[in-house]
Design a protein around this ligand. Structure first.
Ligand code: FAD
Length: 293
């Protein structure tokens, strides 16, 4: 398996920031993934799994251990269901949602239109229960094959995955997603394509896609929208180093060029502080942090 030494994580995160991983392993199969994780566990070496790094901020000090990437576990398989309507799409953990959504479209399957513009992997999206425009992974997920912290591979149905707003048993129980099965329905390809295009257009119009970011930086606090609170606190454009609260969408912290992970982190902390001071609402990061901050 390919294992790189001192791999800069700025190459593997959509923020384009962060220090190096001591080791960066890229398994080619589920078996290799299980082997590398088992070896790390047995040897007491710290490890972390990533998909597309689109919801991740790695410290400038890097990560002292092994980062395992699922990027090569990206096979897609289509299987007809027992009834005439349902079709199953099985995806390797590293398959990227835009590619999965395009495959669904090609097969004339509806259900994943909301995911076409989410730049994450299936494993990361299942862990986070990613969602957009009224759709969430849990609505279309049938089951996950996971590796448990004890080293057992098992298949879990969606009802057993405690999927909620940007959370799941995958995250809470330290499970590792090896593959996912989506249950989709046959639909009208023209309608599926038009819905995908409409949602992609909305993203282009509203989101600062021209800059590196991790999407919405903060979770939606109950009863509010994070972006609205940040905008109403007058924080659009606030910068620390190369990190900035986007002028286009206040819910996004962007890398305007050369931002360090520390710039991004400190800006997030400042935004939290000012929103709390102004509105007594505590923002919580949606972005996952790795390493020392
Ligand atoms: C421009 C932009 C737009 C975005 N829009 C949205 C949106 O509309 N909705 C939304 O929900 N998110 C959005 N995001 C955030 C992000 O794309 C999603 O959260 C995505 O699901 C993260 O997947 P990933 O593979 O990149 O995960 P990573 O960033 O690699 O990892 C995120 C977390 O998942 C864990 N993880 C990754 N793979 C696995 C695995 N195989 N098994 C177990 N745990 C795993 C990691 O350890 C980490 O804790 C956006 C991001 C960007 C940059």
């Amino acid at each position: 398996m390919e294992v790189r030494e001192h791999e800069p994580m700025s190459r593997h995160t959509t923020f384009g920031a962060g220090g190096a991983a001591d080791w960066f392993a890229i398994p080619e199969s589920e078996e290799e993934l299980v082997t590398v994780l088992t070896k790390c566990r047995n040897a007491g070496v710290p490890w972390y799994i990533i998909g597309n790094g689109s919801n991740l901020l790695v410290s400038d000090n890097g990560f002292h251990g092994v980062i395992v990437s699922t990027e090569r576990l990206c096979a897609l398989t289509v299987t007809p269901g027992a009834d005439a309507k349902t079709v199953y799409l099985t995806c390797g953990a590293g398959a990227l949602l835009p590619r999965v959504a395009v495959r669904a479209l090609k097969e004339g399957l509806t259900g994943l239109e909301f995911a076409a513009g989410i730049p994450g992997s299936v494993g990361g999206a299942a862990a986070m229960n990613a969602g957009a425009y009224g759709g969430e992974i849990k609505d279309v997920l049938c089951s996950l094959t996971v590796l448990s912290p004890e080293g057992n591979v098992c298949e879990l149905e969606t009802k057993d995955l405690a999927m909620g707003y940007r959370t799941s048993a995958v995250m809470e129980q330290g499970l590792l997603v090896l593959k996912a099965v989506f249950a989709l329905e046959k639909g009208d390809p023209a309608a599926i394509q038009s819905r995908m295009e409409e949602l992609l257009e909305k993203r282009k119009e509203k989101q600062p896609l021209e800059y590196p970011s991790a999407g919405s930086t903060f979770k939606r606090p109950a009863g509010y929208f994070a972006g609205r609170l940040i905008e109403d606190a007058g924080l659009k454009g606030l910068s620390i180093g190369g990190a900035q609260v986007s002028e286009k969408h206040a819910g996004f912290v962007i890398n305007r060029g050369g931002a360090s992970a520390s710039d991004i982190f400190c800006l997030c902390e400042e935004v939290k502080r000012r929103v709390l001071e102004r509105f007594s609402v505590e923002l919580e990061l949606e972005v996952r942090l790795l390493g020392r901050f």
